[in-house]
Design a protein around this ligand. Sequence first.
Ligand code: AMP
Ligand code: ZN
Length: 115
Amino acid sequence: VSDTCLFCRIVAKEVPATVVHETGTTLAFRDIGPKAPVHVLVIPKGHHANVADLAGADPALAGEVLAAVGEVARAEGLADGYRVIFNTGPHGGQEVGHVHAHVLGGASLGPMLCR
Ligand code: AMP
Ligand code: ZN
């Protein structure tokens, strides 16, 4: 998988990323094309295609990703709130097939800002 999946390659340190949070099972790094003042991606280190597949295969890991989202928000100073998005599939605008939570914040976000 790491040969073909961009985010597996980031986990393997084969592709550089600006890591802001890491646990044994999760990694968080800055989005290369930020859509908000703070835009961090939180992923499980293991490969799962999307959030539903992740939750089905490993619900504990899904919980760890969500806990990491909270840690990132705290560390990034998003006390006034933020948005968490899991784009899923073609109609959802998912471009990378390794589940990732977008954590967007640092400004009041418009109602339709979704990616
Ligand atoms: P999605 O469209 O939900 O699959 O989101 C993929 C996200 O990955 C986009 O917001 C991209 O800007 C971001 N992205 C793509 N390549 C990289 C990279 N090498 N490092 C960090 N973020 C990336
Ligand atoms: Zn992957």
